[in-house]
Design a protein around this ligand. Structure first.
Ligand SMILES: Nc1nc2c(ncn2[C@@H]2O[C@H](COP(=O)(O)OP(=O)(O)OP(=O)(O)O)[C@@H](O)[C@H]2O)c(=O)[nH]1
Ligand SMILES: [Zn+2]
Length: 336
């Protein structure tokens, strides 16, 4: 017997799963307990921490994670820890940002980089259009930094822009909403689901403190699409790989490629196309700084992950050598 399940929620010691043929929301999820290390075998051979959106294959030999088609990963703190998968097998990443207070362009760029890195398609959703006098003008400002990305401006109370988002909910599609706390992710998920599946800030405006989403959860929608709500991401350690950065900042990458020196630091070298664009106003200082900050993080993460790989390789060899020596001892031959 083989069966396919989808992880709808991942907790510390267990995951909740729904059968692939029962993702219509009519079933109660099953609980799959994890072993003490919280890992599961995967198709690729590695043991992984399961995350929401993962497909779980179960047969006589036990559960095993299917290879992820896409993965939204963030940098987890600590020098030895690996990246943490926030969601897997996602088709569209909704980068949710409020219009009131003012949208944070740097945060949008950061989350777009996270989204591009995942392999899924990013879409920007600007919420609370009902609270600002000029949503169109603000949308244009965001469009100018979200290159090649669709930007939708919505309001849940008025229903503005929701149909355009519903068009993304094609059967079988998985969408994940990311953004800061209070951006309106849960409100949006509820509006798209047509029922209150996630608690929102509104519900506990009763003095018991504002509700904030505390866990990630996959919500199967009636039309066959699936939506993942995530807790507000505060200063996410974006795992910014270079390709993702070059996509988010295609304009900056193009300029940098036109600098006279291939290793230009854009710090006053002759023939620097970036400097020229900053001077002419073609490139905004804010955007350049945002790119530089993320590029620095990417370089740091790359060095750290190299160091980790080297350490793992060293450990592996230590083990191999030890086993070899043990083997020699066992065979009665002299140790080298
Ligand atoms: N006026 C207005 N308020 C909205 C809109 N969308 C969300 N809100 C309000 O904004 C507050 C925060 O919304 P949530 O949906 O809880 O935000 P969230 O992004 O899920 O926040 P976390 O769970 O903390 O990550 C709530 O009081 C919502 O009612 C909107 O389109 N217009
Ligand atoms: Zn330069």
């Amino acid at each position: 017997m083989t069966d396919l399940f989808r992880v709808v929620r991942a907790d510390k010691g267990a995951v909740l799963v729904l059968p692939a043929d029962g993702l219509d929301g009519a079933h109660d999820p099953h609980r799959v307990t994890l072993d003490r290390d919280g890992l599961l075998a995967s198709e690729g051979g590695e043991r992984l921490v399961p995350t929401v959106g993962d497909w779980l294959h179960v047969d006589e030999t036990g559960p095993s994670l299917r290879r992820r088609t896409t993965a939204l990963v963030r940098d987890s703190a600590g020098a030895t820890s690996r990246v943490q998968a926030l969601a897997a097998n996602v088709d569209v990443v909704l980068v949710v940002e409020h219009l009131e207070p003012d949208p944070d362009l740097g945060r949008i760029e950061r989350l777009l980089t996270l989204a591009w890195r995942s392999g899924a398609t990013p879409v920007v959703v600007l919420t609370k259009a009902d609270l600002v006098p000029d949503p169109e003008g603000m949308t244009s400002e965001v469009e100018a930094v979200a290159l090649a990305v669709d930007v939708h401006t919505v309001s849940v109370p008025t229903g503005q822009g929701l149909d355009a988002l519903r068009a993304l909910l094609v059967p079988g599609a998985t969408l994940v909403a990311v953004g800061p706390s209070g951006a309106g992710k849960s409100t949006l998920v509820n509006a798209l689901a047509g029922r209150d599946v996630m608690e929102t800030g509104e519900r506990r405006a009763d003095g018991r403190g504002r509700h904030t989403t505390t866990h990630r959860e996959l919500v199967p929608l009636a039309g066959g699409a699936m939506l993942i709500d995530t807790p507000g991401i505060r200063g996410v350690g974006v795992v910014a790989d270079e390709d993702a950065l070059d996509t988010t900042f295609a304009d900056v990458a193009e300029l940098a490629a036109a600098c006279r020196f291939a290793d230009c630091h854009h710090a006053g070298e002759p023939g620097c196309a970036i400097r020229a664009a900053l001077d002419s106003g073609e490139l905004a200082e804010r955007r350049f700084d945002s790119w530089r900050r993320l590029a620095k993080e990417a370089a740091y993460q790359a060095r750290r992950s190299d160091a980790r790989l080297r350490a793992e390789e060293r450990d592996r060899w230590k083990k191999v050598t030890k086993e070899y020596q043990r083997g020699l001892r066992g065979s009665g031959r002299p140790r080298p």
